[in-house]
Design a protein around this ligand. Structure first.
Ligand code: ASP
Ligand code: MG
Length: 417
């Protein structure tokens, strides 16, 4: 017997038929003798609809009331799933965030979970009852419903799994796992059997939108083995009842991954822009003078490359921001031009960032050189490079994004089993 948290996203509970399908997945695990808590999202599109109504009521609405409204989508699906499970003879009960309770901070609309008391849930496991939990919501110190930010039910699920010390948190979604790269770009992309928390964090923050980034951080912090699998696979399809080895991708501690490849996956982000400050007067504090005002303006700066100034007087500073933030960035830098002291600011939009990710890089030399050579062979120009222990990110012109992804995917042999 194991204890599992099963999470189902919006497309998995999109209508009553889909909810019945979810119930069949849940019943399979219950019949196998496992203790089960289920975390559900709102029906697909429902949260968007609620957000729109909130805005229509008043663009300057109170965040507490926003939360009261948008949290309701999950309340509906938790109740519906409990009813369907009961009708199938499974003992089930719905739980809202405040009932457990899932305690959050006071940041309404983007609250963080501070604590979950798992005692009541564990008590119900003891009598064989399935807890059907509304994701995305908790209760703040002001005793009011608080929501966790869009996509937050992944985080709810991982947090519940940590609180009840679940053996695994199964995230059921509309894809059947995490792939070596985006299969829409590279059809030869393969599903990974396992990926480490750290690698997944890089993949998730780079647009592999399988999981909310925060849920992966939480899973890493609490070592919650998190399993990405498909709810669109028939509940009784071959292998689905194989508890130890079902179809999907396990996100886990590096130590659980026996055969580590150098490179695990290729991620990409489009709509990047490059901004370069030319002939910046080089002196201590220059980076703070540039990036302080940008941070205050709420601009998310990503790659930063600074040249070594040969004469100790002038340097070039290049960095990337999302396309949509270029004008604001340039205006912000213009406003502090005298304090910084530079000759010109140049910007280019429509770029792409392609990243090679793998914990195996830590112990293998030459991974970066392989990427540079492969891109050169295809005539792809590199604008900027940044690296971390487990990632190499390369900035290129947007139209080359797909070619670069496919080239890197094959040069590291990711298309071969
Ligand atoms: N229903 C919420 C949203 O659409 C939470 C979630 O689905 O994870 O953002
Ligand atoms: Mg989601």
């Amino acid at each position: 017997m194991a204890r599992i948290v099963m999470k189902f996203g919006g497309t998995s509970v999109a209508d009553l038929d889909r909810i019945r399908n979810v119930a069949a997945h849940v019943k399979r695990e219950v019949d196998a003798g496992h203790q089960v808590a289920v975390v559900v999202s709102a029906m697909a599109g429902q949260t968007n609809h609620l957000v729109e109504m909130t805005r229509a009521a008043s663009p300057m609405h109170d965040a507490r009331e926003y939360d009261a409204i948008v949290a309701s989508g999950e309340q509906v699906t938790s109740g519906l799933l409990a009813i369907v499970l009961q009708s199938m003879g499974v003992d089930a009960r719905s739980w809202q965030g405040w009932q457990i309770p899932v305690k959050t901070d006071n940041a309404h609309g983007a609250a963080r979970i501070q604590n979950i008391n798992g005692d009541l849930l564990i008590e119900r496991f003891g009598i064989g009852q399935v807890a059907v939990i509304a994701g995305f919501q908790g209760i703040g110190p002001d005793n009011r419903i608080a929501t966790l930010g869009r996509g937050g039910s992944d985080t709810s699920a991982v947090a519940v799994a940590a609180a009840v010390k679940a053996d695994r948190c199964d995230i059921y979604t509309d894809v059947d796992g995490v792939y070596t790269t985006d299969p829409r770009i590279e059809p030869a992309a393969r599903r990974l059997a396992r990926i480490s928390f750290e690698e997944m964090l890089e993949m998730a923050s780079l647009g592999a939108k399988v999981l909310q980034v925060r849920s992966v951080e939480l899973a890493m912090a609490h070592n919650v083995r998190t399993f990405v699998r498909s709810s669109f696979e028939a509940p009784d399809a071959p292998g689905m009842d194989d508890f130890d080895n079902p179809p999907g991708t396990l996100i886990c501690d590096e130590d659980e991954i026996v055969e580590q490849q150098n490179v695990t996956g290729i991620a990409y982000a489009r709509d990047e822009a490059q901004i370069s400050l030319r002939r910046v007067r080089d002196r201590p504090g220059i980076s703070a003078a540039i990036f302080g005002p940008l941070a205050e303006a709420g601009i998310n700066v990503d790659m930063i490359v600074q040249n070594v100034s040969s004469d100790g007087q002038f340097t070039d500073m290049t960095f990337t921001v999302p396309n949509g933030d270029v004008e604001k960035s340039v205006a912000t830098l213009d406003a502090v031009r005298d304090e910084i002291g530079y000759d010109a600011v140049q910007s280019d939009t429509g770029l792409a960032k392609v990243s090679v990710i793998g914990v195996g890089m830590r112990s293998h030399a030459g991974v970066a050189a392989t990427a540079f050579k492969a891109l050169a062979d295809k005539g792809i120009n590199i604008r900027a490079i940044t690296t971390s222990e487990i990632k190499i990110s390369i900035l290129i012109d947007g139209p080359y994004c797909e070619l670069a992804v496919r080239t890197l995917h094959s040069v590291y042999g990711l298309d071969k089993p």
